[in-house]
Design a protein around this ligand. Structure first.
Ligand SMILES: C[S@@+](CC[C@H](N)C(=O)[O-])C[C@H]1O[C@@H](n2cnc3c(N)ncnc32)[C@H](O)[C@@H]1O
Length: 279
């Protein structure tokens, strides 16, 4: 449940004030977490109150205390108060398109070698979750998004959660029609037919640059791999990330019965210079 998302607020970007510093203040975003670990994202405002099935929490009871404290609702139920992590924000923030989940975002940042100063062309920005992860890693990101409403949503989410000064622009355009002037260090794709971008990437990526695509099915992944095989790409690799949580309680220590079994496949490849014939 997301409450009262407006401009300003907790910023998670590298140039933003470090989240977690100081006592909780009006304007901060906090998570109220109940005994069943249900999380409610709330923006603190003097005099306001947060209503839930478990009672009402006065924001004034939260303002001025350290995060990690517990507050009591009118019903006597207690809530732990913490500032949200990036992973919390990604699953709670307003979205247009489906976001990439934190377990895959982390893997994409490493597999794509997204680093400070990297120039990244991202296509299919959707809600901006992947943009945020790459901006936090220090990249400069230009996004292409076909839908105007999603482009606007991504820009709002980035401004809200990374900071309005983030090195980020989104252009409303179709990446299948081509890629603007590079060279780009990385091309990162989260859209249905990335094989239609491979030829554009050959001219837009710098030699040695990485193309990364995130796809939900292996059929799409196989088609992409075929296109990469027919182009000057090397070291192609496809992985999926399986994340299994554990139940840890006294003498009962075992994997949880349920897990998210599948999200998507991550494929990477490096652009190479085709060998020239030696005389
Ligand atoms: C699954 S969403 C991306 C979600 C995003 N990675 C995130 O984490 O928030 C896919 C997006 O690709 C966009 N899209 C699809 N085809 C496209 C194209 N040819 N050019 C640009 N954007 C495209 C869709 O409009 C949609 O917003």
């Amino acid at each position: 449940m997301l409450e009262d998302v407006g401009p300003g607020g907790l910023s998670l970007g590298r140039s933003a004030p470090q989240a977690g510093a100081g006592l909780l203040q009006a304007g901060d975003r906090v998570l109220l977490i109940d005994a069943k670990r249900r999380r409610y994202l709330v923006r603190l405002r003097a005099g306001a109150s947060f209503h839930t099935h478990a009672g009402i929490v006065a924001h004034d009871d939260v303002i001025g205390i350290p995060e990690g404290s517990t507050v009591t609702a009118t019903t006597g139920r207690r809530f732990l108060v913490l500032r949200p992590s990036f992973a919390d924000v990604v699953v709670k923030m307003p979205r247009g398109a489906q976001v990439i989940y934190p377990k895959d975002l982390g893997a994409i940042v490493i597999a794509g070698d997204i680093a400070p100063g990297c120039r990244v062309l991202e296509a299919g920005v959707g809600s901006g979750a992947l943009s945020m992860a790459m901006l936090r890693a220090g990249a400069t990101v230009v996004g292409y998004e076909r839908r105007a409403d999603f482009a606007e949503r991504a820009e709002q989410n980035v401004a809200e959660w990374v900071g309005a000064e983030a090195a980020y622009t989104v252009e409303q355009r179709d990446v299948y029609d081509g890629i603007g002037p590079g060279p780009w260090d990385r091309i990162v794709l989260d859209l249905p037919e990335p094989w239609r971008v491979v030829d554009h990437a050959v001219s837009a990526l710098r030699p040695g640059g990485t193309l990364l695509a995130y796809l939900p099915t292996i059929n799409q992944t196989a088609q992409l791999r075929q296109a990469l095989d027919q182009a000057p790409f090397s070291l192609a690799e496809t992985v999926e990330i399986l994340r299994r949580t554990w139940h840890v309680e006294e003498r009962s220590v075992r994997p949880d019965h349920r897990m998210v079994a599948h999200t998507g496949f991550i494929t990477t490849a490096r652009l190479v210079v085709p060998p020239t014939e030696t005389l």
